[in-house]
Design a protein around this ligand. Structure first.
Ligand code: AHR
Length: 506
């Protein structure tokens, strides 16, 4: 079918905050131990970090990394992870029914971040702990004053502060599974008290209050409103979390996931702005979409992924949440990234959950190789090619019918502009029809004073929607040239059914 659009640079959404290309590392399963940290691995550096993984994380292009959880943080004592490694306590991690050895803590993780070139975003424990422990961590991490905490920091190898800018006030406190789960009023009051105290210590921090764990939560909406009524003056961000999976072998419905994400974002923006109105405030609360991905969370038998561990004792670094992503997942994933960029005015931070082994774009085998999952490609290409400003691309195209959302556009796109050119990110969500896309670039040529030409184009598509990269066949799915051309001010590109593409013009 035909699809057409005109790119008009005046349709700018907003400048893009690079923190939208963030990631998330939790102490969970084989993420840290036997993932990023495997001292016995042949590629390990002097600090025990796998250099093959470091290279892949660099290639992925992750800006800020949220740490150390996740559900894990709601039972975590951050002090367990500082000081001489051989004296650190082994603890039970109730969230994932595992044993935490604490071999990796704040210093080691910052050291790893320095190697991969990403910034730290820290979460504090508001599950089993409270304001004082959050203040202790903030003082340890960010102050220059001569105190007991900063002396300890120096003894532990770091004179200079970590200088952590973004802080999450707990994790998923609306979730019944969360240690210290509470109602919106109680959480909102605690988050407000903690935020005020943290700001007294360091006025430069940017704070993220917990929104809902998903838009399907029974308290969704009311939770955001109550929590923001308490914390509106105290925070810069509210979080959104969302995971998607194909259900009931309905690939077409799964391909509408971006619509769900867009509605989620727009609902939270509406609630935040309604609270602003009641407070007669011009302040705009931004969204930190700090957990998003495809995750086969609900097993066919109705149990939740990870539940199986509960009968297996308290293992160290068990195989948990090791989802294998296929081509269809990667197309949906690419569309989720398009959706985040389409909301660049309010989504100013986002974290792909997660990075290595645990619902991750990068997989490793202990003592063996590291490889890219299918979702690696849309993330790395979008992160690398996205320019400074997001621009709307209203596509005239066919539709399909979603049982949840009614008529859904088959083709969804966003563009970005910078001084050197334009990048286009586009998805064909139809499971049946290829789309012949024609993009009128005349307004873009006007803005640049010349025609732009295609410098690179990439297509992610596989005739087998369920093809995946595995230990045995790590390069089964990848990207290939998309065959886009720009002639006489028109970009043409054929998108097979269920495909994602990125095009760079300069
Ligand atoms: O990312 C996996 C888990 O999903 C996180 O620990 C939690 O915050 C969410 O429920």
């Amino acid at each position: 079918t035909d699809a057409s659009a005109r790119i008009d640079p005046r349709n700018e959404i907003a400048d893009i905050d690079r923190r939208v290309f963030g990631g998330f590392v939790e102490h969970l399963g084989r993420h840290i131990y036997d993932g990023i940290h495997e001292p016995a691995h042949e590629t390990a550096d002097a600090d025990g970090f796998r250099t093959d993984v470091i290279e892949l994380v660099k290639e992925l292009g992750v800006s800020t990394i949220r740490y150390p959880g996740g559900n894990f943080v709601s039972g975590y004592r951050w002090e367990d992870g500082i000081g001489p490694a051989d004296r650190r306590p082994r603890r039970l991690d109730l969230a994932w029914h595992s044993t935490e050895t604490n071999e990796v803590g704040l210093h080691e993780f910052q050291n790893w971040l320095d190697k991969v070139g990403s910034d730290l975003m820290l979460a504090v424990n508001l599950g089993t702990r409270g304001t004082q422990e959050a203040l202790d961590l903030l003082e340890y991490a960010n102050t220059t004053a001569d105190t007991d905490w900063t002396r300890q920091r120096a003894v532990n190898g770091r004179d200079e502060p970590f200088g952590v800018k973004m802080w999450c006030l707990g994790n998923e406190m609306d979730g019944w599974w969360q240690l210290g789960h509470r109602n919106a009023g109680d959480y909102g009051a605690l988050a407000s008290r903690t935020a005020k105290a943290m700001r007294m210590l360091d006025p430069g921090v940017e704070l993220v209050v917990c929104g809902s764990s998903g838009s399907g939560m029974p308290t969704f909406g009311a939770w955001e409103r109550t929590v923001l009524e308490h914390t509106f003056d105290d925070v810069e961000f509210i979080s959104c979390h969302s995971y998607y999976q194909e259900q009931g072998s309905d690939a077409q419905e799964f391909l509408a996931s971006g619509v769900d994400m867009a509605r989620f974002i727009e609902s939270v923006v509406a609630i935040a702005d309604a609270v602003a109105a009641t407070k007669k405030s011009d302040k705009r609360i931004m969204i930190s979409f700090d957990e998003w991905n495809v995750w086969y969370l609900h097993n066919e038998d109705g149990t939740q992924s990870g539940e199986e561990l509960k009968d297996k004792g308290w293992p160290v670094a068990p195989r948990l949440l090791e989802d294998q992503y296929h081509a269809l997942d990667a197309v949906v994933f690419g569309d989720l990234l398009i959706t985040l960029l389409q909301h660049a005015d309010r989504v100013r931070s986002a974290s792909l959950a997660q990075l290595v082994n645990v619902i991750a774009p990068i997989m490793t085998e202990p003592g063996g190789p590291a490889w890219k999952q299918t979702t690696f490609f849309p993330f790395s290409l979008t992160s690398r090619l996205a320019g400074e400003r997001a621009v709307r691309v209203p596509v005239d195209c066919g539709t399909f019918t979603s049982s949840r959302f009614g008529e859904v556009a088959a083709v969804n796109a966003v563009a970005t502009l910078d001084d050197d050119g334009l990048s286009l990110f586009v998805v064909n969500r139809s499971t049946v029809d290829a789309a012949d896309l024609r993009l009128d670039l005349s307004q873009v040529a006007g803005a640049f004073g010349r025609d732009l030409t295609v410098v690179e184009s990439h297509l992610l598509h596989d005739d087998d929607l369920y093809a995946a990269n595995t230990l045995e066949d790590p390069e089964r799915v990848g990207v290939r040239p998309a065959g886009a051309t720009a002639v006489d001010g028109t970009l043409t590109l054929t998108l097979p059914a269920v495909s994602w593409a990125a095009v760079r013009l300069a």
